[in-house]
Design a protein. Structure first.
Length: 400
């Protein structure tokens, strides 16, 4: 009863770069789940306004760089008016706090105006959905009298700091709590300056897959159907998986490899496919609606995730829940996602030959061995990575 009354009074401000897309279930499930439990959520988002059917309280950031001059001026005057008339004390406190950190009057004024849509709200928690969204806003929660949290999801802690050394120096000391989707990201955060005594909680992604899908009952796989769902980005290691496919072709193993996704590496990967003479075996589907992914998983035998780094990987989790065989790189959160040899297999990253050998081994597995791995994977995901447990963990995160 006490927790219930606290939840109903608690307001959480969630800061995101944009309104969650339909495929971003890790945010959508959290928002809906916490609201169902009585928490009040306010989404502070960037980007242009998007029509949504969800019952969400959305507050958009002012747009000073997009639109025509009249639109930008209107946003500027609205932000300035909010700072002067709605929250003058907080605006002044934030201005001088940022000025103390950075020593730039224009820079401090810019921070105040960019956060004018947040400053006037009463919050118990200000939670940044990605660590990068908290950069430059390290003083915001303190000025508002709110507790501050940040989520570590992958790129923000494994790649961004490599290009921007020391980017989180001002963030770590001001955090009340850190949420990470895997233990591996916490270790990376410590290497980036997070204190070993920092209060943190691991809450992994979850799946709400309901129906169990048995593996193909064929005694012998006539053709190995392989699927990857990923951005066409260097960190996903797709060039290594293409070279693994070349090995399979040389060994005479029939297969089809479907890659779903789009991104900056598209042209290079197409070129690699041509050079390796895999035009008949490798299919790039491009961007696919999220609701189509389950049917693609059903049509596949193996889900392959060849990433160089992953915070956790929702797609691999969903593939296991649906009773698919899964092969992933032995990196980051994938080590917590897949139990090697029990619920799937982990292979060394950047090693096409090891990847190909594992796929060859799977091709020759008996139906009983295939089904045993699939059942273990599905049962583990459904019992340990379900939405209900995830929402309980998030509620506890804010209440403690």
């Amino acid at each position: 009863l006490m927790n219930s009354s606290i939840e109903k009074k608690m307001t959480i401000g969630l800061v995101l770069p944009a309104l969650p897309a339909y495929s971003e279930t890790f945010f959508r499930n959290k928002i809906d789940g916490l609201q169902e439990r009585g928490f009040k959520l306010i989404l502070f988002v960037g980007g242009l306004r998007v029509n949504t059917k969800e019952d969400w309280h959305v507050v958009y950031a002012p747009q000073f760089t997009s639109g025509n001059l009249v639109t930008r001026c209107r946003h500027f005057l609205k932000a300035l008016g909010a700072c002067i008339f709605l929250c003058p004390r907080r605006s002044i406190k934030l201005f001088f706090a940022v000025l103390k950190d950075h020593g730039s009057i224009p820079g401090a004024a810019k921070v105040v105006l960019l956060n004018s849509h947040i400053l006037g709200h009463r919050l118990d928690w200000l939670h940044f959905g990605f660590a990068t969204t908290a950069i430059g806003r390290e003083r915001l929660a303190g000025v508002m009298g709110a507790r501050m949290a940040v989520s570590l999801r992958g790129f923000d802690i494994s790649v961004y700091p490599l290009k921007h050394p020391g980017c989180y120096e001002r963030l770590w000391p001001r955090l009340d709590k850190v949420h990470s989707i895997s233990n591996s990201l916490i270790e990376l955060a410590k290497l980036q300056g997070m204190s070993s005594t920092q209060n943190w909680t691991r809450i992994t992604p979850a799946t709400n897959v309901k129906s169990e899908l048995p593996f193909d009952s064929a005694l012998v796989l006539e053709k190995l159907k392989i699927l990857t769902v990923a951005r066409l980005h260097w960190i996903k290691g797709l060039d290594y998986s293409l070279h693994a496919m070349r090995h399979l072709k040389e060994w005479g193993i029939p297969f089809e490899y479907v890659i779903v996704g789009t991104g900056p590496e598209r042209e290079r990967l197409y070129f690699t496919r041509t050079q390796l003479r895999l035009e008949e075996e490798v299919v790039f589907l491009g961007k696919v609606a999220y609701e189509r992914i389950p049917s693609l998983l059903i049509a596949s035998d193996v889900y392959l995730q060849p990433s160089l780094m992953e915070g956790f990987c929702n797609a691999a989790l969903e593939a296991q829940a649906m009773g698919r065989l899964v092969v992933v790189s032995d990196v980051g959160g994938l080590r917590e996602n897949v139990v090697d040899g029990e619920t799937g297999w982990r292979v060394p990253s950047r090693d096409p030959l090891a990847m190909a050998n594992k796929l060859k081994e799977i091709y020759h597995l008996t139906i009983d061995d295939r089904n045993l791995v699939c059942r273990r994977a599905s049962q583990r995901v459904r019992s340990s990575f379900n939405i209900e447990k995830q929402m309980e963990a998030f509620a506890e995160f804010y209440l403690q």
